[in-house]
Design a protein around this ligand. Structure first.
Ligand SMILES: Cc1cc2nc3c(=O)[nH]c(=O)nc-3n(C[C@H](O)[C@H](O)[C@H](O)COP(=O)(O)O)c2cc1C
Length: 414
């Protein structure tokens, strides 16, 4: 049986180990994690989700404080339409986050940034354009367009000097989504350099409805592969979602995939941005402690640990500080749910909101533990120590396990 290391991902003039660590916002796929993937000859992602707050935490900037100061007068107001991002600051934060990461890059691999369209930021087109352009300006190797159809995203950056040389890819969960993207982007005369096909077992938001369990990654990959063959399009395909062992990955590569994108295995890496006590929750998870629900205000189903503190937590919306999910008219469905509960419980010091979550605040504070379907198998990838906790792994250990293991084997740490 073949192993992942028998294959290479060809992107432009690069030959890469065909392991891509997927983007995990908010700063769960840290620069450190992505840099390890690049050092080992593969592909790592950082994420630009909530980049202002990530930059504040990492580089001592004061973007969030400044924004809150500017809009403090609006905190008690449920209409958030005045709360706009300063585009200059957004560009500055993105350049810092991306630039400082690229400055530290060693090795032959690539660093990409995961850019989610659903972060509509009260001005979807303007903010997305700034995020994409600033990442290119700061020297990112490429951009993975995520969480949305991105029908206009190529158009937003077609005049950028790096539009044709940077690697640009798209995440889709169906042939139909891909066809729409290709049709709408055709005008720019540029194909995506790679296509990530994310199936229903992935972490984060899902590109399916609540009937996600009816779908199967291998079937979607085969369908898209056939379509590209019929259209004589040669674009590398990168399946993602539930690829848990090197053996799983090798099977996809043998069936024509160019690489695999993986994430859940790396949530328990030392370099991963989750706090160590949260990494233990991922290790401890059982199958019945993982759910897919609709509490994300994006409208997409999201997979998470059922014991996430965010579930039911009725905190006051924090859009003056964050506000990444405000739509073009300044609305977020969490605000509606929160106001409904406050009105139903007059005088209550704290309300519970079950149907939606304040995603920005909860992700920022690592209180919403999004995860892949196979999180309950993480305990089989490490050792339980004498104090009852699991040993954290290095990103290098996990990466090499994908690269060199065969069958369903998983190498335990030393
Ligand atoms: C903790 C976590 C956070 C994630 N966040 C994002 C994200 O911000 N954007 C995105 O496009 N995908 C996100 N994903 C999806 C991954 O990038 C990846 O495609 C998927 O989880 C791969 O499946 P696996 O986790 O079963 O290996 C996330 C996944 C996890 C586990």
């Amino acid at each position: 049986m073949k192993r992942v290391d028998d294959f290479r991902l060809k992107l432009g003039n690069k030959e890469l180990v065909p392991v891509v660590i997927g983007g995990m916002g908010v700063d769960i796929s840290t620069a450190d994690l992505a840099l390890e993937a690049a050092r080992l000859g593969g592909v790592g992602h950082i994420s630009d989700a909530m980049v202002n707050t990530v930059t504040d935490r990492r580089f001592d900037t004061k973007f969030v404080k400044d924004k809150l100061k500017q809009y403090k007068f609006n905190v008690a107001n449920s209409n958030k339409s005045v709360v706009q991002f300063d585009l200059g600051q957004l560009a500055e934060a993105t350049k810092l986050h991306v630039g400082r990461t690229m400055d530290r890059k060693h090795g032959d691999g690539l660093i990409l940034v995961n850019c989610m369209e659903k972060l509509t930021m009260n001005a979807p087109r303007e903010t997305l354009k700034v995020r994409l352009e600033a990442a290119l300006d700061a020297g990112i190797d490429g951009i993975t367009l995520a969480a949305g159809l991105h029908l206009g995203s190529f158009g937003l950056i077609e005049d950028h000097p790096r539009f044709r040389d940077a690697k640009l890819g798209i995440i889709v969960s169906s042939l139909r989504a891909l066809q729409l993207f290709l049709k709408k982007s055709a005008r720019t005369n540029r194909m995506p350099d790679y296509i990530v096909i994310e199936g229903p077992l992935a972490g984060g938001h899902l590109g399916f409805g609540m009937d996600w369990a009816k779908y199967d990654l291998a079937t979607i990959v085969a369908e898209i592969r056939q379509y590209l063959l019929d259209e004589k399009l040669d674009i590398p395909l990168i399946p993602a979602g539930g690829i848990f062992t090197g053996g799983d990955a090798a099977t996809f590569l043998e069936n024509g995939a160019a690489a695999v994108q993986v994430a859940t295995r790396f949530t328990v890496a030392k370099e991963c941005g989750l706090p160590d006590n949260v990494k233990q929750k991922y290790f401890e998870a059982n199958e019945d402690g993982i759910e897919v629900n609709m509490i994300s205000p994006t409208g997409y189903p999201m997979r998470m640990l059922s014991n996430s503190p965010a579930i039911g937590d009725g905190i006051r919306p924090n859009c003056e500080a964050y506000g990444y999910l405000l739509d073009a008219s300044g609305n977020c469905s969490y605000i509606t749910s929160y106001n409904r509960e406050v009105a139903a419980h007059p005088g209550a010091r704290r309300v519970s909101v079950m149907d939606k979550t304040c995603l920005c605040t909860q992700m920022r504070n690592f209180e919403l533990w999004t995860c892949g379907h196979y999180t309950y198998r993480l305990k089989d990838t490490s050792r339980k120590q004498e104090d009852g906790t699991y040993q954290l792994l290095t990103a290098e250990h996990i990466f090499k396990d994908y690269q060199f293991s065969t069958e369903g084997d998983i190498a335990l740490p030393e």
